[in-house]
Design a protein around this ligand. Structure first.
Ligand SMILES: NC(=O)C1=CN([C@@H]2O[C@H](COP(=O)(O)OP(=O)(O)OC[C@H]3O[C@@H](n4cnc5c(N)ncnc54)[C@H](OP(=O)(O)O)[C@@H]3O)[C@@H](O)[C@H]2O)C=CC1
Ligand SMILES: O=C(CO)COP(=O)(O)O
Length: 328
């Protein structure tokens, strides 16, 4: 039997294409990008460029492109790089084609809105015979595709499986750290988007960098509380998926969530109109989880009510600034 591992990345958007590119460039494995848009997949195979998702990048020769799900029959590792709300549908659609031994990795940062479930729990439901893990951490798709140094966390319930899989997928520029805490890694990934929207609001309202630093540290405290209440570890969210990603997307206009927050404060949505803003989906469900677990999350709560149109920005800021003074 051949020792060459086969990796398939599902989802030919920004992150899926960048992941497939870096895996193909740096590893020994066979890597295929599986998409569902025939015109796009043909164009990718022909031009090795994806100008909408990764402008200016030439995709590696070693990367294969297909629309044919039967490629999954021989895949050892399958990365689902689709939005969080599409993970259930995508996993159910591709389920009949999967190699029974394949490990499945969610690369999305979100919580299923209709059920309040973490994505690995959704995958444990839709693909009960497979190990499901989560990849999350600071890294913009374009930086990954350009070969800039990026570090992320990969969590499975089994730390040993996380370590083995991280070793297979890591390369010289893309460093993957193994974790045995899928809850912490996914709460960090989902909540940082909600908090990045809050940081964007602070930016758009010109409240200053000191306010943003306060928001990042108090935001980290609320992420930790929810992660621990749901069975995760506070240390995990102080790492790459959580604090690391919040520092990145809470301070960069490259982040769609941050730009969305700026647009909320400025009332100008042109730059984010059509983009995927995961924090918009996660805010209300995070609040429902906070209530269910008896955890206080004032910043996420304020973001959710602003997004629902129940609270104005000025009132939200006022509310956060007039909370009772407590100990840290
Ligand atoms: N972009 C980034 O820098 C990073 C993104 N992420 C996370 O990765 C996830 C995806 O984001 P991103 O790649 O940017 O999003 P994009 O919108 O660029 O791409 C999403 C892709 O998912 C595909 N898709 C949607 N629904 C389904 C489905 N049911 N079955 C199969 N394919 C489907 C879309 O296909 P179609 O076009 O045909 O609709 C599209 O190719 C998000 O959760 C995001 O938070 C994580 C780290 C970095
Ligand atoms: O999560 C990301 C980088 O780590 C991408 O952030 P946005 O989804 O806000 O663009």
């Amino acid at each position: 039997m051949s020792d060459v591992k086969k990796t398939v990345v599902v989802g030919s958007g920004s992150f899926g294409t960048a992941l497939a590119a870096v895996f193909a460039l740096e590893g020994e494995d066979e890597v295929t990008l599986l998409g569902r848009n025939a015109v796009l997949m043909e164009m990718l195979a022909e031009t090795r460029e994806h100008p909408k998702a990764l402008p200016g990048i030439t995709l590696p020769k070693a990367l294969d492109f297909t629309m044919d799900p039967s490629v999954l029959e021989a895949a050892d590792t399958i990365v689902l790089a689709v939005p969080a709300q599409a993970q259930r549908a995508a996993s159910l659609y591709y389920a009949p084609y999967l190699n029974p031994e394949a490990v499945i990795i969610s690369a999305s940062k979100g919580i299923e809105r209709s059920t309040g479930r973490l994505i690995t729990d959704v995958l444990n439901e839709t693909l009960p015979h497979h190990h499901a893990g989560a990849l999350s951490g600071p890294g913009f798709a374009i930086d990954l595709a350009r070969g800039k140094p990026i570090a992320m966390a990969l969590a499975f319930r089994s730390r040993a499986l996380a370590r083995d899989t991280a070793e297979i997928l890591s390369g010289r520029t893309f460093r993957i750290y193994a974790s045995g805490d899928p809850v912490g890694v996914q709460i960090g990934g989902a909540l940082k988007n909600v908090l990045a929207i809050a940081c964007g609001i602070v930016e758009g309202a010109e409240l200053g960098e000191s306010a943003r630093a306060a928001l990042i540290s108090r935001g980290l405290a609320e992420m930790s509380r929810l992660a621990v209440a749901m069975g995760g570890e506070a240390d995990t969210v102080r790492g790459l998926s959580g604090l690391g990603d919040l520092v990145l997307t809470g301070s960069s206009r490259q982040s769609r969530n941050f730009r969305y927050g700026v647009a909320l404060a400025e009332g100008n949505f042109d730059s984010v109109n059509a983009a995927l803003v995961e924090g918009v989906y996660s805010a209300s469900v995070a609040n429902e989880l906070a209530a269910e677990h008896g955890v206080q999350m004032p910043i996420s709560n304020a973001v959710a009510r602003v997004l629902d149109g129940k609270l104005g920005i000025a009132d939200a800021l006022d509310e956060l600034m007039t909370r009772p003074i407590t100990t840290e």
